[in-house]
Design a protein around this ligand. Structure first.
Ligand SMILES: Cc1cc2nc3c(=O)[nH]c(=O)nc-3n(C[C@H](O)[C@H](O)[C@H](O)COP(=O)(O)OP(=O)(O)OC[C@H]3O[C@@H](n4cnc5c(N)ncnc54)[C@H](O)[C@@H]3O)c2cc1C
Ligand code: FES
Length: 398
C-alpha cells in the first residue's frame, strides 16, 4: 500500500467516524425534542391558580341550592357564570367576595369560602344562617335558583399547597367550608397524601355534608375523619354518631396523630383558633406549618417578635384629613379601624379581617404595619384599616 492510498483510507475512516457521531448526536437531540413535545401538560402544570381571574365583578346565576344539615341552617349555592366564559381555577381554601344588593336598596360586601374543589363549570359556596345576619338571611330567604349575583374573583392567602407532607385540617362549625375544598382537591389530585380532618360541632344537627365525608373516608384509606360533638343529643351514640365527645383540642390531636411533620390548616370560631394555634406552637410545631383563617375579626395572635414599644414622648398622631380631626393613637386602641370607630370617624367595614377590601383607605403620610399579610392586597398608597396599626404618625383620607 502506497503512502497516498494509506492517507486516503485514514481520511475515509475519519470522515465515516465524524458522520456516525453527527448522526448519533442528531438522533439523540431529536428524541429529546420529541419527549419534550409529547410530555403531558401536567408535568409542567402546577397547582391551579386564580391568576387569570376577572377584574371588578362578574355576574353569576344560581344553578342549584342544597340544604346541607339536619337543622337546615347551612345551604350550598352552585354558581355558574352568566357570560358562559371559562371559569378560572382557584386554590383550594380561597374565597369569593359578593357585592350584594339587598331588598330595600342597601348594598353589602361579604366573603364566602369556596366549599368544593375547583370544578370546570361552577363554583360552590355553603352559607350558614346567622341570627339577624343581613347577608346570610338574604341568601337563605331570597336567593333562589335563577337569582343573579355579582362576584369578585376568588382570592385569599389561606390555601392548600400541593406537596407530600401529611395534612391536618381542623374545622369548627361552618369553618368546614374551606376544608371541604382542600379535602376534595387533595383526595382527587394527590391521592397518596395523608389527610386528617377534625370537625367540631355541637351535635348531629350541625353536622354539614356528613354522608359525603363518611363516604370519602370509606373510599380513601389515607383519609382519617374525626367528628367531635361538644354537646351530643341524648339519643346520640359515641362511635356511631360521632368519634369523640368534647371539643377539638390539642390533647385530642396529641393522642390521635402519629408523629409526623404535618401541615396544619385551621378555620373556626375565634377562641377555638386562638387556642389551637397557641397549643400547636407550644407543642413545637413551626409557625410555617400552621395556617389559619378567621371568618371575622382576627383573634389569633402569632408568637411573633414583639413590636417595638412606642417610645415615651413620641406620640403617634392620626390625622383624619376629610373629617379634619387629629388624635393620639396608643397600642391599647387596637387597629386603625377600631381607633377610627372609637373617635367617631365614619369608616366603612365588613369582614374586619383583611379579606374584602371594604375598609381600604388612602394614606397620604406616614407608615402602617400588618400583623400578617392580609388576604386582600391593598393598592400602593392605601391601607386596610381593620388589620393595620400605625408605625409612625399617619394622615388618612377619612
Ligand atoms: C374569608 C371569609 C370567608 C368566609 N366564609 C364563610 C363561609 O364559607 N360560610 C359562611 O356561612 N360564612 C362565611 N364567612 C362569614 C360571612 O362572610 C359573614 O360574615 C356571615 O355570613 C355573617 O354575615 P351576615 O351579613 O349574615 O351577618 P351580619 O349582618 O354581618 O351580622 C353578624 C352578627 O352580628 C350581629 N350584628 C350585626 N349588626 C349588629 C349591631 N349593630 N349590633 C349588634 N350586633 C350586630 C348580628 O346579629 C349577627 O349575629 C366568611 C368570612 C370571611 C371573612
Ligand atoms: S373590612 Fe374587609 S378588609 Fe377591612
Amino acid at each position: 500500500m502506497t503512502a497516498l492510498s494509506l492517507f486516503g483510507w485514514i481520511s475515509l475512516a475519519l470522515a465515516l467516524q465524524a458522520a456516525i457521531g453527527l448522526g448519533i448526536g442528531f438522533s439523540r437531540h431529536w428524541q429529546r425534542y420529541r419527549r419534550l413535545e409529547l410530555a403531558p401538560a401536567a408535568v409542567v402544570a402546577e397547582t391551579p391558580v386564580a391568576a387569570a381571574a376577572w377584574r371588578a365583578t362578574r355576574k353569576f346565576r344560581v344553578a342549584r341550592r342544597v340544604v346541607e344539615d339536619q337543622a337546615a341552617s347551612v345551604c350550598s349555592f352552585h354558581l355558574v357564570p352568566e357570560d358562559g366564559q371559562p371559569l378560572p381555577p382557584f386554590h383550594p381554601g380561597q374565597f369569593l367576595t359578593f357585592d350584594l344588593d339587598l331588598p330595600g336598596g342597601d348594598t353589602l360586601v361579604r366573603c364566602y369560602s369556596l366549599s368544593d374543589a375547583p370544578q370546570p363549570d361552577h363554583y360552590r359556596v355553603s352559607i350558614k344562617r346567622v341570627p339577624s345576619g343581613r347577608s346570610s338571611n338574604y341568601f337563605h330567604d331570597h336567593v333562589a335558583v335563577g337569582s343573579m349575583l355579582s362576584l369578585r374573583a376568588p382570592g385569599g392567602h389561606f390555601y392548600l399547597e400541593a406537596g407530600t407532607a401529611p395534612l391536618v385540617l381542623i374545622a369548627g362549625g361552618i369553618g368546614i367550608t374551606p376544608m371541604l375544598s382542600m379535602l376534595n382537591w387533595s383526595l382527587t389530585q394527590q391521592p397518596e397524601r395523608e389527610v386528617w380532618l377534625f370537625h367540631g360541632v355541637r351535635n348531629a344537627s350541625e353536622q354539614v355534608m356528613r354522608e359525603h365525608l363518611e363516604s370519602q373516608a370509606r373510599q380513601h384509606a389515607n383519609f382519617h375523619l374525626h367528628i367531635c360533638h361538644s354537646d351530643p343529643l341524648p339519643d346520640e351514640v359515641a362511635g356511631r354518631d360521632y368519634h369523640h365527645a368534647g371539643r377539638v383540642s390539642i390533647d385530642l390531636l396529641r393522642l390521635t396523630l402519629p408523629l409526623h411533620a404535618y401541615q396544619f390548616y385551621i378555620c373556626g370560631p375565634g377562641p377555638m383558633m386562638a387556642s389551637m394555634v397557641a397549643g400547636l406552637e407550644d407543642w413545637g410545631v413551626a409557625g410555617a406549618r400552621i395556617h389559619f383563617e378567621a371568618f371575622g375579626p382576627a383573634s389569633v395572635k402569632r408568637r411573633a417578635p414583639a413590636a417595638p414599644a412606642q417610645e415615651a414622648g413620641t406620640d403617634i398622631q392620626i390625622t383624619f384629613a376629610r373629617t379634619g380631626m387629629t388624635a393620639t393613637w396608643r397600642r391599647s386602641a387596637g387597629t386603625l379601624l377600631e381607633f377610627a370607630e372609637q373617635e367617631g370617624i365614619p369608616v366603612d367595614s365588613s369582614c374586619r379581617s383583611g379579606a374584602c377590601g371594604t375598609c381600604r383607605t388612602t394614606i397620604t403620610a406616614g407608615e402602617v404595619s400588618y400583623n400578617q399579610p392580609p388576604d386582600y392586597d391593598p393598592e400602593p398608597g392605601t391601607c386596610l384599616l381593620c388589620v393595620c396599626t400605625p408605625k409612625t404618625s399617619v394622615t388618612l383620607e377619612a
